[in-house]
Design a protein around this ligand. Structure first.
Ligand code: HEC
Length: 150
């Protein structure tokens, strides 16, 4: 019984590790050059990301803005926010709709309500904005559950 369990676990682990990471459309090998946090913040405001986004702990970023909606970015998270995820959220927002803010209706018929920036933003602006945003997240250790031995 125990060996069966271990083999199922092993097979699932292999499937998990190799599964979605293969194939020509995989994100393997994706890497961005170092961006500028300072320029990223400037671009975040210039491109009016703050129309819809607040940044946790950075209230001044929304001064003089008449917000359309409030989807907070940054702050504590229990999981690592990767560059890849941030880039995807910006250039392909409907790929995975954020589930963090149930108070705000963030999608319509499976499409993100986020503006499409792909014709407006330079690659350098994207790199800098992602550098700025990744600075805004803090990783919170996931609270472990301790089970006592019976
Ligand atoms: C018209 C409103 C609007 C504007 C403008 C906007 N966004 Fe968004 N954004 C959203 C909404 C709604 C979501 C949540 C739904 C989703 O995940 O696509 C979102 C999600 C995100 C996420 C993912 C958040 C998460 O926790 O997964 C990032 C990162 C992001 N936006 C960055 C930006 C950046 C950078 C800009 C400016 C270049 C921008 N957004 C402009 C509406 C907007």
């Amino acid at each position: 019984m125990k060996t069966l369990f271990i083999s199922i676990l092993g097979v699932s682990l292999i499937m998990f590790l190799t599964g979605c990471d293969q194939g020509p459309k995989s994100a393997r090998g994706f890497s961005l050059p170092e961006g500028s946090v300072v320029n990223g913040e400037i671009k975040f405001v210039q491109l009016k990301c703050n129309d819809c986004h607040s940044v946790v702990g950075r209230e001044e970023i929304r001064e003089d803005v008449d917000p359309i909606m409030t989807v907070p970015l940054g702050g504590m998270t229990t999981r690592i926010v990767t560059y890849g995820e941030l880039v995807t959220s910006i250039i392909n927002p409907s790929h995975k709709i954020s589930q963090r803010y149930l108070a705000t209706p963030v999608e319509e018929e499976g499409q993100s309500k986020m503006r499409n920036y792909n014709e407006l933003m330079t690659v350098q602006e994207l790199i800098d904005i992602v550098a700025f945003l990744s600075e805004q997240y803090e990783l919170q250790p996931y609270p472990k559950t301790y089970y006592t031995v019976y």
